[in-house]
Write a protein that binds this ligand. Structure first.
Ligand code: RET
Length: 247
């Protein structure tokens, strides 16, 4: 790939990744500290939430170091002949992060709603399908990547249906406190999660924006979807006893 260096992140992209690393690390310390304020048997949501930002800290450490990527050839497109023969820096480490953290985010949400385990496990499987097909699509050179994108979108719609309808009904049945908390974290999550395929289409998918812009797009989304989400979730749970959820 002769012009690989043209398509990598710059020093400024790397600095931004380091800033997000710091945010993720700080959030992890705060969530762990909050766990110590409740009895050991009541820490399930603290531990899940701290695990999410802990994994993200390492993923962002990797990207700040300009590691965890593969150079993927960019398909020739008539509208942009300049890119012929170039490769784009595709951070596969994002997908390793998401493979671990998106099921944990869904667990946080679905356990709050008290959903039955079959529903939870099936939704987590669909989530893993979404992430893996997204990764394969990112690593594929040709337009077949949009086939994988379609599989991932189908999985996302199923997840969104379960969170917005099935989960909300269950949460509301458990009282207004749980219903309110669920609505807050569920709506926030579904809104944010539909922005990820847009970022993907502009970056790994269509090669429309530069890797530095990709860094900002995904970085802002990840801060909203992990540390901000976690703060909202733990705030909502401050006066919910996990025992009322069978936990
Ligand atoms: C991909 C690409 C293909 C289409 C779809 C995607 C969805 C990704 C999502 C990721 C969520 C990540 C989160 C990370 C937290 O920090 C894989 C981008 C639908 C929804 C919440």
């Amino acid at each position: 790939y002769p012009r690989v260096s043209d398509i990598n992140i710059t020093i400024r992209g790397s600095d931004w990744y380091w800033a997000v690393t710091a945010v993720m690390g700080a959030a992890t310390l705060v969530f762990v500290a909050l766990a110590f304020r409740v009895p050991r048997s009541k820490r399930i949501f603290h531990y899940i939430t701290a695990a999410i930002t802990m994994v993200a800290t390492i993923a962002y450490f990797t990207m700040g170091s300009n590691l965890g990527y593969a150079a993927i050839p960019v398909e020739f497109v008539r509208s942009n002949p300049k890119v012929a023969g170039t490769a784009r820096e595709i951070f596969y480490v994002r997908y390793i992060d998401w493979f671990i953290t998106t099921p944990l985010l869904l667990l946080d949400i679905m356990l709050t709603a008290g959903l039955p385990w079959p529903t939870i496990l099936y939704t987590l499987l669909l989530d893993e399908i979404m992430i893996v097909t997204g990764l394969v699509g990112a690593l594929v050179e040709s337009r077949y990547k949009w086939g994988y994108f379609t599989f991932a979108m189908a999985a996302l719609f199923y997840i969104a249906y379960n969170v917005t309808w099935v989960g909300r009904k269950h949460a509301n049945a458990l009282g207004s406190n749980i219903g309110r908390t669920y609505l807050m974290v569920g709506a926030w999550t579904i809104f944010l999660w539909f922005l990820y395929p847009i970022a993907w289409g502009l970056s790994e998918g269509g090669n429309v924006i530069a890797p530095d812009s990709e860094a900002v797009f995904y970085g802002v989304l990840d801060i909203m979807a992990k540390p901000v989400f976690g703060a909202l979730l733990l705030w909502g749970h401050r006066n919910i006893d996990p025992a009322t959820l069978g936990l």
